[in-house]
Design a protein around this ligand. Structure first.
Ligand code: ADP
Ligand code: MG
Length: 370
C-alpha cells in the first residue's frame, strides 16, 4: 500500500499560561512512501516522529493537510478502519492474558463482515507467531517472557490482522544492545517476507541506516533530507544531517574561502573553484583523513586508540569546533608515540562545505577540481 502525506501540519495548543505560543510538532510534511518499502523516520527526541506516525495510523488528526493510502483519502478515517498495525516502545501486552490470547485479541473484536471463525483466528495467530518465532511460548504470560520475546509478541499482535501498513515507534529502545541488533534484523526479514509498507521510527541513526530503504531525517517538525541511507550519508543536505548521521560523528571546522581556496586556520586544504570568498562550516568524515607527511592539514596528536581493524587518531586543530578531531586510519599505519605533529591529506568526497548562516550544503563533489 502506497502512503502519501500531503502538506501535513500538526499544531498542539500551548498548555502554559505564560507561554501562549502553540507547539508546531510537524510542519508542512510532504512525502510519498512507495508500496512495500521500509522507511526510517529519524531525528532527535521531540522532533515530531511519533506525531507523524500517530497521524498515519489515525490516533491524531492533522491540523491541516491530507493523508492517502493508495488512492483513498484516509485523513478523516478512524484508526480501526485504516488497516494499520502499530507497535510501540513499551510493548503494552495484557499481563493477565497468555501470549496466544494477546495475539488473538485484535481478531476477537472484529465485527460484521470482518468477523472470523475460531479456527481461522487460531490459524492467523499461529502464522503470526511463526513469523516472529514464538510458537513455543504461546501458553506463557507476558511476565514469563524476556523483553525481546515480549516485543515479538507485540509485533505478532500487530501482524495478525494482516495490515496494509505496519508502523513501529522506537520498537527496540527497551532491548539490550545484542537483542536490539537481532530484533532489527528480524523486523527487516519479516518486512521483506510480508512486503508490508512499513514506517520505522527511531532516534538511533545506525538503526535507521541499517534497515531502511529510505530514511527521512527530521528536525523540529521539519523534513531535512529524504533519501537512501548511503546517499544521505554521502551527500547530506545540511550541517544538521551531516552531524546526525555517522559514528564517530563528522568533524566540524570553521573555514574560510579566499581566492577559491578553502582554509582551515592557516592550512589550505582544498581548491574550491567558483566559490565566493566567505566564512563557512566545514565537515570532514572520520574516514576522510589520510596520513601524509606533506599533507596540507597540520594537526597536533592527542592520542591513538587501537580498535583492531582500524586505529582512531585523535588530534587537535585551531579551526576545529570540537576540542578534538577523530580520524579513522587503517591499522597498518604505525604512529610513533613520541609524534607531536600529524599531517593529513583530505579525501575530497569526505569533506563538505556548508553556508555559515543557513548551514545548507553549498559546494558539491563533482564541481570540484583538485
Ligand atoms: P518524537 O516522537 O520525535 O520524540 P513527538 O512527536 O512525540 O516527538 O513530539 C513532537 C513535539 O510535539 C514535542 O515538542 C512534544 O512536546 C509535542 N507534543 C507531542 N504530543 C503532544 C500533545 N499531545 N500535546 C502537546 N504537545 C505535544
Ligand atoms: Mg516519539
Amino acid at each position: 500500500m502506497k502512503i502519501v502525506l500531503q502538506h501535513i501540519t500538526k499544531t498542539f495548543p500551548s498548555r502554559g499560561k505564560k507561554n501562549t505560543t502553540d507547539v508546531v510538532a510537524v510542519s508542512d510534511f510532504s512525502f510519498e512512501i512507495p508500496d512495500g518499502q521500509l522507511i526510517g523516520l529519524l531525528g532527535p527526541s521531540g522532533c515530531g516522529k511519533s506525531t507523524t506516525l500517530n497521524m498515519i495510523c489515525g490516533l491524531e488528526k492533522p491540523t491541516s493537510g491530507h493523508i492517502f493510502f493508495g488512492d483513498q483519502d484516509v485523513t478523516a478515517l478512524p484508526a480501526e478502519k485504516r488497516g494499520v498495525g502499530m507497535v510501540f516502545q513499551n510493548y503494552a501486552l495484557y499481563p493477565h492474558l497468555t501470549v496466544l490470547d494477546n495475539i488473538l485479541f485484535p481478531l476477537e473484536n472484529l465485527k460484521g463482515k470482518d468477523k472470523l471463525s475460531k479456527a481461522e483466528m487460531q490459524k492467523r495467530a499461529q502464522d503470526a507467531a511463526a513469523l516472529v518465532q514464538i510458537e513455543e511460548l504461546m501458553d506463557r504470560k507476558p511476565s514469563e517472557l524476556s523483553g525481546g520475546q515480549q516485543q515479538r509478541v507485540a509485533i505478532a499482535r500487530a501482524l495478525v490482522k494482516m495490515p496494509h501498513v505496519l508502523l513501529l515507534d522506537e520498537p527496540l529502545s527497551n532491548l539490550d544492545a545484542r537483542l536490539r541488533l537481532q530484533t532489527r534484523e528480524e523486523i527487516r526479514k519479516i518486512q521483506r517476507t510480508t512486503g508490508i509498507t512499513t514506517v520505522f521510527v527511531t532516534h538511533d541513526q545506525e538503526e535507521a541506516m541499517s534497515i531502511s530503504d529510505q530514511i527521512v531525517v527530521m528536525r523540529q517538525g521539519v523534513i531535512q533530507h529524504i533519501g537512501k541511507p548511503q546517499d544521505v550519508y554521502d551527500d547530506p543536505a545540511n550541517l544538521f544531517v551531516a552531524q546526525f548521521l555517522g559514528t564517530p560523528p563528522i568533524n566540524v571546522f570553521e573555514g574560510l574561502v579566499k581566492d577559491e581556496i578553502l582554509y582551515l586556520a592557516e592550512d589550505p586544504v582544498l581548491s574550491v573553484p567558483g566559490l565566493a570568498d566567505q566564512e563557512v562550516w566545514v565537515g570532514i568524515r572520520p574516514e576522510g583523513f589520510v596520513l601524509q607527511e606533506d599533507g596540507p592539514l597540520h594537526c597536533k596528536l592527542s592520542a591513538v586508540e587501537v580498535m583492531g581493524r582500524d586505529i582512531s587518531v585523535i588530534t587537535t586543530h585551531p579551526a576545529s569546533v570540537t576540542p578534538t578531531i577523530r580520524s579513522i586510519i587503517a591499522s597498518d599505519h604505525v604512529i610513533h608515540p613520541a609524534t607531536t605533529d600529524i599531517h593529513f591529506a583530505i579525501k575530497p568526497h569526505k569533506l563538505h562545505v556548508f553556508h555559515k548562516k543557513t548551514q545548507t550544503r553549498i559546494y558539491k563533489e563533482g564541481e570540484r577540481s583538485l
